[in-house]
Design a protein around this ligand. Structure first.
Ligand code: NAD
Length: 358
């Protein structure tokens, strides 16, 4: 069991039955415990917790509809109404058992209700373990724009047990892999080199790699918890990634991790065009992304809408579209303003890859 204390959050990585989870929930024996799940974590993860922890016998279960299209205020309102009906109070405990959508939304729901309930995260997707549950960002989407409403607020505990990953669909493992690759690219060349050697799904379920990836994120978050400067590096791949994710949400939704992988490819292309990385470095990055993620085709209308969506990105400075670019593998620079024409070229390049490979 590895334990990390980061600000007010205790993070435990290892077998949850051997962690302090049991004593944490027992300390709420006089309070209500609410477990928030989505349809899949209800079916695949909940029983494990209920069977192993008798203190959860009377827990109330809140079921969220699965999928990014449901990461919205309307669903939160329904949950807050239920919390009100059940008379839940600030002293009660919310356990968010799920992927990044459940931890983002559950953290937000708990943070807002009665000005803040206690909450803990038990991430069950790889992306949730290495990224979404870490760093205190909670929130929901608004009108198709990602994470427009939210708060910074830390859970008291995060319990990361890779055993939950055995039921995670293969494509979801790769969505987590995208964020792991990003962590290596922006801050840890050795991690990147180890990650790109992975050749099987099983090798992705590796507590040591999960721990190293979390450490990269924590080091950055601890230096800049409210994203005033260096934390922006974590958004590498996300300016284009989020815009692609939002654009496709209403028709053929693409998962967050997949969108980030495409964003990494396009933003590495921009890093090359700005002469920040070498052609050799770009080729390695592009090859890794192509090998592990499906490429997509983009029409001119798609490209126009994706660029329009980037103008609403939270990281922008006034009207300019603000990027994080790589200056080498293992190091990133923030606040690079790019012109729409340059961004269009990167999206055009993505489309060429999609057309060539499909
Ligand atoms: N807060 C942050 O800092 C942060 C960082 C990165 C991403 N995010 C957010 O995270 C979300 C993406 O997270 P995600 O990829 O985990 O998506 P997700 O929560 O939708 O989970 C992916 C899929 O896997 C299922 N699932 C989860 N655990 C499972 C298990 N153990 N067995 C079987 N099925 C399981 C889910 O039901 C879902 O269908 C996005 O909304 C993104 O914006 C937040």
């Amino acid at each position: 069991m590895k334990t990390i204390q980061s600000f007010s959050t205790q993070i435990e990585i290892g077998d949850i039955t051997k962690s302090t989870f049991s004593s944490v929930i027992e300390s709420y024996s006089k309070a209500n415990i609410i477990i928030i799940v989505d349809e899949n974590t209800h079916d695949y993860c909940l029983e494990f917790l209920l069977t192993n922890f008798s203190a959860l016998a009377n827990a109330e279960i809140i079921l969220l509809p699965e999928g990014e299209e449901n990461k919205v205020m309307e669903v939160c309102f329904q949950v807050w109404e239920t919390f009100t009906e059940f008379n839940f109070s600030r002293k009660d405990l919310v356990i968010n058992l799920g992927g990044g959508i459940v931890t983002d939304m559950g953290g937000f729901i708990a943070s807002i209700f009665k000005r803040g309930m206690n909450f803990i995260h038990v991430p069950t997707s790889l992306l949730g373990m290495v990224d979404a549950s870490i760093g205190g960002k909670n929130g929901v989407d608004l009108n198709g724009f990602k994470n427009q409403l939210g708060v910074f607020n830390d859970p008291s505990h995060i319990f990361i047990d890779a055993a939950f990953l055995t039921t995670l669909p293969e494509r979801e493992l790769y969505n987590g892999y995208a964020e792991m690759l990003k962590h290596g690219l922006i801050a840890d060349e050795k991690l990147w080199n180890d990650l790109i050697k992975i050749e099987s799904d099983e090798a992705l379920i590796d507590e040591k790699l999960i721990y190293r990836t979390i450490k990269v994120k924590l080091d950055i978050v601890e230096a800049d918890p409210k994203e005033q400067n260096v934390r922006m590096k974590l958004n590498f791949g996300h300016t284009i990634g989020h815009a692609l994710e939002s654009h496709f949400l209403s028709f053929t939704a693409i998962a967050h991790g997949h969108a980030v992988a495409l964003g990494i490819c396009a933003e590495a292309f921009l890093s090359l065009k700005k002469k920040k990385i070498t052609p050799e470095e770009f080729n390695v990055i592009e090859t890794v992304i192509i090998r592990n993620f499906p490429m997509i085709q983009l029409t001119d209308e798609d490209i126009t809408d994706v660029i329009a969506r980037m103008k609403n990105d939270k990281k922008n400075n006034g009207k300019a579209i603000n990027f994080v670019l790589l200056e080498k593998i293992g190091s990133a620079v923030i606040n690079i303003n790019l012109k729409e024409k340059e961004i269009g070229e990167a999206l055009f390049h993505l489309n060429l890859l999609g057309s060539a490979l499909n």
